[in-house]
Write a protein that binds this ligand. Structure first.
Ligand SMILES: [Zn+2]
Length: 331
């Protein structure tokens, strides 16, 4: 009797510990538009306690250029271009359409395959949305100001406030779709919020569009060239106060050095920002096409979540993302 009670308590304790997550930022394909596929993804989600995933393609493809002897392994592998690649959305659509109904429910597909510098992009998006009414749950990840990625892209670097994107936001508003926007807050060398006004203009001119700011404007390339950006924490605090339509994606480049110190301890200033703004932050893995690290990446947020009040942790781990999704009537 005593032993069985012990096991029940043990099981209950384990059950209570198993937090479930929504991954708000996952790329089904890599920069070559390749993927391990849905079965690998679903089993990684099961193992990592990831209930749902905002899933998207990648709007550009890396070229294996004629003069390169070896096929590049990453977009940064050589100097060859990245070109706009709309088929990414159709790979994703096809992959989801093959799933069983209960599996489909675990995915929130985002539409990303458009040229963010093309003033016709909004028309292309509208046409694609109409093809599969109610399928797409968001727009993005849109690459604007993304250091080496946008430097290698054919054509000009898109900006969060360019005319083409302003037209895209009109569509997002009409269909009630959130927009996941990658817009680096600065360049690799400048230690000031060089590109901030582009984001702020997009936010203030589109108050009815929900913006998810990918990695809060940071990237791995910024970290490689600069240490912690001192202005980031006060900046996010101000932006959240001034723009009700802004949400922050905490995916991986924010974990270190911002949320966790070198010893892996949560930073109290960031914990306070989360507690003061419990509805404004979401999690993401930002994995690209390979899913073996998915569970580990999401559980990397645990030291932060465990240091927060339970309701705040639950909001950030799952509930906030659900609230960003379109209300059904809009579609
Ligand atoms: Zn991403």
């Amino acid at each position: 009797m005593r032993i069985s009670l012990f096991f029940i308590l043990l099981l209950t304790a384990q059950f209570a510990q198993a937090r479930s997550y929504i991954d708000g930022h996952l790329h089904y394909v890599d920069f070559f538009q390749e993927s391990e596929g849905m079965q690998a993804l679903l089993s990684a989600m099961d193992q990592g306690n990831i209930s749902h995933t905002a899933i998207m393609g990648i709007p550009v493809a890396k070229k294996w250029q004629e003069d390169e002897p070896k096929k590049p392994r990453y977009y940064a592998g050589d100097d060859a271009d990245l070109y706009w690649y709309s088929a990414t959305d159709f790979y994703l659509l096809h992959a989801i359409q093959q799933l069983k109904p209960e599996q489909k429910k675990r995915f929130f597909p985002f539409l990303s395959g458009f040229n963010a510098n093309d003033k016709n992009a909004a028309t292309h998006i509208r046409r694609t949305l109409k093809m599969n009414p109610g399928f797409w749950q968001g727009i993005g990840e849109v690459f604007t100001r993304h250091d080496d990625v946008t430097a290698l892209m054919q054509g000009n670097t898109p900006r969060a406030n360019n005319e083409a994107m302003m037209k895209v936001y009109r569509v997002a508003e009409e269909y009630d779709l959130p927009v996941l926007l990658h817009s680096n807050v600065t360049s690799k060398r400048e230690r000031n919020p060089l590109y901030l006004e582009e984001l702020e203009e997009a936010l203030s001119k589109n108050p009815d569009v929900r913006f998810i700011w990918a990695h809060a404007g940071t990237s791995m390339e910024l970290h490689r060239h600069q240490e912690e950006l001192d202005f980031l924490h006060p900046l996010i605090k101000r932006l959240l106060d001034e723009h009700d339509n802004l949400y922050i994606d905490l995916s991986w480049t924010l974990l270190e050095p911002y949320l966790l110190d070198a010893q892996g301890k949560p930073n109290p200033n960031w914990l306070k920002l989360f507690t003061d703004n419990p509805t404004r932050f979401v999690l993401g893995s930002d994995v690209v096409g390979r899913f073996s690290n998915l569970g580990e990446t999401m559980s990397g947020f645990e030291p932060v979540l465990e240091a927060l009040p339970k309701d705040v942790a639950q909001a950030i781990a799952e509930d906030n993302f659900l609230k960003l999704l379109p209300k059904k009537e809009a579609q």
